[in-house]
Design a protein around this ligand. Structure first.
Ligand code: PPS
Length: 430
């Protein structure tokens, strides 16, 4: 406790108040002392200092009045303490004084607890081997803190609950959709939801995809809420296999991993990141592209994520898909996914679902196009979530040099895996 009191007092003296503020505070609320760095600080428990300011101020209608009062009495008179003040007060004044004291105590305790909790969380993460990646001021918002953990970059909200992530109770009848961001996750989850719900289009048109398929590691709805959801659950996550619940291996729920070619992934990720109000990303595409190579992109590195998914493809409970494959043959992918989930569909049902999942329809569908992010998660001016939905848009953003850099990196990192990506649309491919 004393440690946090010390931290708190140092924090408020050095950060919250300017020195002039403390100097004027000093006049009315001694004792304050100057420390070696030249800052004034309260000599005792800061709660007492703050509340004593409240007490003294409560008796006078303004600081000026208090100053006059002191000068009339002369400098010999020391500033009276709580007892002398309260004795001279009317019952009403005493009440005011009491409330001022309680309030200042409450604010002090609240502040100290918040700072204490923050410091404790930081300490816990560092002790677990999580290394903070500080936000680049001017490029992202101040609060965007990422952590490097077991080779991956994870957001602070996930780093805070990593223990619970590993301990999460998996069920055999769960379906997990795993992906690196912007791989076509929403597209696939809409398809999986409809297959698993026996084509309940009514539900799909009433509830947003976030309500029907929770985002595992995100703050909303949170792990506790997901753990209480009825079976069969469909869960979406951007965490790689090595950071998922340990029970996934024993319970063997159905897992579908979806990957997209890295060039279009980066382009789509860039536009999405720019749209997010909280992240407040100000960098240009060049800067974002370099984040990919410097391994500072959230949930990256992409190649490590995708390689882990690819290595799991032979497990009975795992299906590996690509965005390009869905683009090339959506009905065929629906057929494959429905068989994998043990809910085969007939041709008419496949055709209807393919129509429902077409880019045009998903873009117009308010339950999947993330229009509910407007005025809240999105900036005022932003690109739509369902942006272009094509293969090869990277050509509009990458120079030849960038494309080569990406090709070289992918060739190097995926060498020997047999995993290949097509980054030009099937029509233009030779
Ligand atoms: S997220 O935020 O990680 O969940 O994003 P994710 O859903 O994985 O990816 C979004 C991109 O998928 C495109 N998309 C589609 N493409 C084709 N057809 C359909 N039906 C479809 N639905 C979503 C979406 O447009 C994003 O890609 P870009 O390149 O930005 O358009």
């Amino acid at each position: 406790m004393m440690f946090y009191i010390k931290i708190f007092s140092r924090h408020i003296t050095t950060k919250c108040f300017k020195q002039e503020t403390w100097q004027s505070f000093h006049k009315y609320c001694p004792p304050l002392y100057r420390n070696s760095t030249g800052f004034l600080y309260p000599s005792r428990n800061p709660i007492k200092s703050i509340s004593s300011f409240g007490r003294q101020y409560a008796k006078f209608s303004s600081i000026k009045e208090f100053r006059n009062h002191r000068s009339v009495l002369g400098m010999k008179i020391t500033v009276p303490n709580y007892r002398t003040y309260s004795q001279g007060l009317s019952p009403e004044g005493r009440k005011r004084l009491q409330w001022a004291t309680y309030l200042s105590c409450l604010i002090g305790v609240g502040l100290m607890s918040a700072i204490g909790l923050r410091e404790f969380k930081k300490f816990k993460k560092t002790a677990r081997g999580m290394e903070p990646i500080e936000p680049e001021l001017g490029i992202t918002g101040r609060h965007v803190v990422k952590y490097r953990y077991r080779g991956y970059v994870i957001p602070v909200y996930t780093a805070d609950v990593m223990d619970n992530v590993f301990r999460f109770q998996v069920r055999e009848d769960d379906t997990w959709v795993v992906s690196f961001p912007k791989a076509g996750t929403t597209w696939l989850t809409e398809m999986v939801y409809l297959i698993m719900s026996d084509l309940n289009y009514d539900d799909a048109r009433q509830k947003t995809i976030d309500e029907r398929v929770p985002f595992f590691e995100f703050v909303m709805p949170g792990l506790r809420s997901i753990s209480k959801q009825p079976s069969p659950r469909i869960i979406k996550t951007h965490l790689p296999f090595s950071l998922l619940p340990t029970q996934l291996k024993e319970k063997k729920p159905k897992i579908i991993y979806i990957a997209r070619n890295p060039k279009d992934t980066v382009v789509s990720y860039y536009h999405f990141t720019k749209a997010l109000a909280k992240i407040n990303y100000n960098g240009d595409f060049n800067h974002f592209f370099n984040e990919f190579f410097n391994n500072t992109m959230l949930f990256g590195p992409w190649w490590k994520h995708v390689k882990e998914g690819w290595q799991m493809r032979d497990e009975d409970n795992v299906l590996f898909l690509t965005y390009e494959q869905m683009k090339k043959d959506l009905p065929g992918t629906i057929r494959m996914v429905s068989m994998f989930l043990g809910k085969p569909l007939n041709e008419a049902e496949i055709e209807k679902l393919a129509e429902h999942c077409s880019f045009k329809n998903m873009k117009a569908n308010p339950c999947v196009n993330y229009s509910w992010y407007e005025g809240w998660i999105y900036k005022k001016e932003h690109e739509e979530f369902m942006r272009k939905g094509i293969i090869g848009d990277w050509k509009n953003f990458m120079t030849d040099e960038m494309a080569k850099q990406m090709d070289d990196l992918v060739a190097r990192e995926l060498k020997g895996t047999g995993l290949q990506f097509y980054d030009v649309s099937p029509e233009t491919r030779v």
